[in-house]
Each structure stands twice: as C-alpha cells, then as structure tokens.
Design a protein around this ligand. Structure first.
Ligand code: NDP
Length: 297
C-alpha cells in the first residue's frame, strides 16, 4: 500500500492554524503585512507572486505588491527594499527570484531586514538555522518537514538523501534534517550533479527528497521498497494540451509509487506547503515585531 500524500490537505490545516493566529493578532490591533516585490517579466514568477498575494487575502494578511520593470537599474530594487524595511505596516518582505542579471542577488538578500526576511535567506537567518536556533525556516524545506510530520514519518535515526544543494531547498533541507529534535536527527546525505552513483545513495535511503530541477530523474529502479519519497521539483515540460506544457516533478511518479511507502504528487504535493509556510513566517514576523505572542504549530 502506497500513501499518496495530499499536500493540499496538509497545507489547508496549516493555513487554518495560521489564520487563528492572525485573528489573535487582530484582537491586539496588529494586521500582519507581507510585501512582495517582482522585478521580472517571467510568467511563472508572476503566477507565484499572485498565488502568494491570494493566500494573504484568504488568511487575513495585508498584501502589498510592488512591481519594478525588469530593465530599471538595480538601485530601484535596493531603494524599494530600504523603504519596505522602514515601513512599520510591512512585517515580511519577499523579493521574487530570479531577479534580472544586472541585479546582484546577494545584495538583495543581504539588504532585507533580517527580522522581515520571511524567506529565511538572509545570512543572519541562515546562520541561525545552521546553529539550531532558526528564526524563519525557509518555506519549502519547512513545508517538507511538515509533510513528513503530518504523514507520521519519523526522521530520527533514518537515512535521508537530499538530491540538490541549492541555497533555497537542498542545503536548508539537509540542515533541518540534521538538527536535534522533532523532524530532525536523520543521518543525512546531500547529493548533487557531481555525486557518483546517485542510484546507490537513493537506494540506501529511508527518505528521498528530490530537489534537482530535472524532470522525472528519480525512478523506481533508484528506490528500495518502503522508501518515503518527497518530490520538490516543479518542471515545465512540453505537452499536447491547451497550455502547451505540463508540470512534472523530479520523480517519475508511476514507477516510484510502486516502491514507495508514501510519495508526494506534482502538483498537489510540496507546492501548497511552500505558500502555507510563507504565511506562517509572515505571521511569526508580525508577532516578533509587535510583541504579541501567537501559538504557531
Ligand atoms: P537549483 O537549480 O538551484 O538546484 C538544483 C540542484 O540539483 C543543484 O544543487 C544541482 O547540483 C542538483 N542537480 C542538478 N542535476 C542533478 C543531477 N542530474 N543529479 C543530482 N543532482 C543534480 O534548483 P532549486 O533548488 O531552486 O529547485 C529544485 C527544484 O525544485 C526545481 O524543479 C524547482 O522548480 C523546484 N522548487 C519547488 C518549490 C516548491 O514549492 N515545490 C520551491 C522551490 C523550488 P549542482 O549544485 O552540482 O549544480
């Protein structure tokens, strides 16, 4: 029996809990505010930002959306971040990645006030995460942790393999898995494009988390029976439909599901959690900045 993990249901539960916290904040006169900044003409980025703003509206978070033309000088973006850092109505700032080539991504991440860095990418927040004292856990890996917990997957003592070492998914994912405490204590291997014998690694794992951005690269032959498979990948591949494309993960779902004890689909797996955890971090930011305590799960 393979459990197909329902990411939407898990995300809905978290959104309900976060919504209770926004009610609690509202009773003390605090409305959490999230500013999204888009400096890109990329259709997928526009979609992601509008999904985030939509989630804000549903949960009781005030959304502030800013768009900067992709060909404006980088200083436009840096200055906008400074303004948002100073704006007391804004508790969280999210600059949608990727930014244009002439913008220095590192400068962007480092200029966001760490208290408002709800993506958790500022070096101060990365350092806190690594030290086991996270302020804002990055949304996607945090969402994966929530999926594992909601599915009853114990990580303690398990062999986890993370495929991908990016700053936004792979590295923070592995860092969460090695921490002491709930959702951690896993023996964790990070794989990447230079890893030799990837299939040997994944076959020896109890938990495989795929975040490589390569469509369907992990198939059933790379897994052992009973593995928990979490597919972070979201890849557009050509398809004979109205849109001309479809979304697939980094896992070949059909063959992997034959081996897995539990598996996330794409779409409907990790994706909904990423947005739910952004709402979570924004409410946490409002709580930390206002001093009004909330009981986040
Ligand atoms: P990046 O491209 O930044 O990183 C990909 C990582 O995978 C790199 O470390 C790369 O290795 C590694 N990799 C690439 N090819 C292979 C291979 N053949 N074997 C082993 N490792 C490989 O991607 P992201 O981390 O940003 O995203 C990963 C995927 O997750 C994408 O599909 C993205 O769309 C999706 N995503 C989904 C989210 C969600 O909400 N569900 C949120 C964020 C991302 P190396 O470092 O050596 O190049």
């Amino acid at each position: 029996m393979t459990t197909i993990i329902d990411g939407n249901a898990i995300a809905d539960q978290i959104r309900d809990d976060v919504s209770d916290c926004t009610d609690r904040l509202a009773s003390d006169g605090v409305t959490p505010g999230l500013a999204t900044v888009l400096m890109s003409d990329d259709g997928a980025s526009e979609t992601y930002v509008s999904m985030k703003q939509q989630a804000c509206a549903e949960i009781g978070i005030e959304g502030y959306h800013h768009e900067i033309d992709a060909d404006e000088p980088a200083e436009e973006l840096y200055d906008r971040i400074e303004e948002l850092n100073e704006d007391p109505a804004v508790h969280g700032i999210l600059v949608q990645m990727p930014v244009p080539d002439h913008v220095d991504k590192r400068t962007v991440l480092e200029s966001i006030d760490p208290m408002k860095d709800v993506d958790g990418f500022h070096p101060e927040n990365v350092g806190r995460l690594v030290a086991g004292n996270a302020r804002y856990k990055p949304c996607t890996p945090h969402g994966v942790q929530k999926i594992l917990a909601a599915t009853g997957v114990e990580t303690e003592g398990k062999d986890a393999v993370v495929v991908g070492r990016s700053d936004i998914v792979g590295k923070p994912m592995a860092n969460l898995l090695i921490q002491y405490g709930e959702g951690g204590n896993a023996t964790t291997t990070i794989c990447h494009s230079r890893t030799r014998n990837l299939a040997e690694r994944t076959r020896s794992a109890d938990i495989v988390i795929a975040a490589a951005g390569v469509p369907q690269m992990i198939d059933g032959s790379m897994l052992s029976d009973g593995t928990v498979v979490i597919d972070v990948g979201i890849n557009r591949v050509d398809a004979d439909n109205e849109k001309g494309y479809e979304l697939v993960g980094d896992v070949d779902f059909e063959s992997a599901a034959e081996k897995a004890s539990a598996i996330t689909p794409v779409p409907g797996g990790v994706g909904p959690l990423t947005i739910a955890m952004l709402m979570y971090n924004t409410v946490k930011a409002a709580s930390l900045q206002s001093g009004v305590a909330v009981d986040l799960p």
